[in-house]
Write a protein that binds this ligand. Structure first.
Ligand SMILES: [Zn+2]
Length: 90
């Protein structure tokens, strides 16, 4: 089966969120801290602005959404689901 690289990263990002989502944190200056799945104790800075940015080697090389960006997207979507009403602007 041929799987696109983006689909593979989306699947790995979902797995990363499932395993380590509790460690994803918003950063004071903006963006998110997302744990590395290959290096324990390491985390990457991820921005979801526009198409997303990540500090990992994969993103720097390809400039395409990596698993950390996908994990951050799932994290952000889940957070929005939890607080749909308080954030509503009249
Ligand atoms: Zn990354």
């Amino acid at each position: 089966m041929i799987e696109s690289s983006v689909a593979r990263r989306a699947r790995r990002g979902l797995a990363l969120w499932r395993d380590r989502g509790a460690e994803i944190r918003p950063m004071p200056a903006g963006g998110l801290s997302v744990p590395s799945c290959s290096e324990p104790g390491r985390s990457y800075w991820v921005s979801l602005v526009v198409e997303g940015r990540c500090g990992c080697a994969d993103w720097r090389l390809r400039r395409e959404p990596c698993k950390h960006i996908f994990a951050a997207l799932v994290w952000a979507a889940k957070r929005r689901q939890r607080q749909p009403c308080e954030r509503r602007v009249a």
